[in-house]
Design a protein around this ligand. Structure first.
Ligand SMILES: Cc1cc2nc3c(=O)[nH]c(=O)nc-3n(C[C@H](O)[C@H](O)[C@H](O)COP(=O)(O)OP(=O)(O)OC[C@H]3O[C@@H](n4cnc5c(N)ncnc54)[C@H](O)[C@@H]3O)c2cc1C
Length: 138
């Protein structure tokens, strides 16, 4: 019976990781970084997962680059938004966490009366979103 291989960021050549980091507008966070433990915290403090790398995305091109990097290197990925999922599903062990919390955008669709906002927007930003929706995009 075929064995499923578990791929880890640790198996990836450092030059590939550096190339990926250069591609991103946001930054990567690795286990060796001082901010790693802070970065891997989620709302549920019982969750103690150790991702191999975080891609702190700032825009859609960062997300595309991250998905491609994970695909090319057969990495497990987790997508993290607000980090409030009770089971900690916004994190994974060993693989790549694609963090969307830095995405800040507002898209107003006046035809359908809808507004899409990036995850960096918090409840306190909503008055600004409402103003944007009323006046059109900046
Ligand atoms: C105390 C509490 C109160 C809450 N109250 C509300 C409320 O009133 N209203 C409300 O809307 N929400 C509420 N939430 C949040 C809600 O329960 C969800 O947990 C939250 O909406 C998840 O969004 P997130 O961005 O925080 O997810 P994250 O924790 O960032 O998780 C990422 C999500 O992406 C999924 N995912 C990860 N990797 C993959 C992958 N590779 N492929 C596909 N999917 C993937 C995960 O399954 C997970 O659902 C509350 C949460 C808590 C803890």
């Amino acid at each position: 019976m075929a064995q499923l291989k578990t791929y880890s960021v640790k198996d990836i050549d450092i030059s590939k990781i550096e190339k990926f980091a250069d591609q991103l507008r946001g930054k990567i966070v690795m286990p060796s970084d001082a901010s790693y433990d802070e970065t891997r915290k989620v709302f549920n403090a019982m969750i103690d997962k150790h991702p191999g790398m975080f891609a702190m995305c700032t825009d859609v091109s960062d997300v595309i680059a991250s998905v491609n990097f994970a695909r090319e290197n057969d990495l497990t990925i987790a997508i993290r938004g607000g980090g409030h999922n009770g089971g900690g599903l916004g994190l994974c062990d060993d693989g790549l966490v694609i963090d969307l919390s830095g995405l800040k955008f507002v898209r107003v669709d006046t035809t359908n009366n809808t507004v899409r906002v990036g995850l960096k927007f918090k409840r306190s930003d909503y008055p600004k979103v409402s103003t944007t929706a009323a006046n059109g995009p900046e």
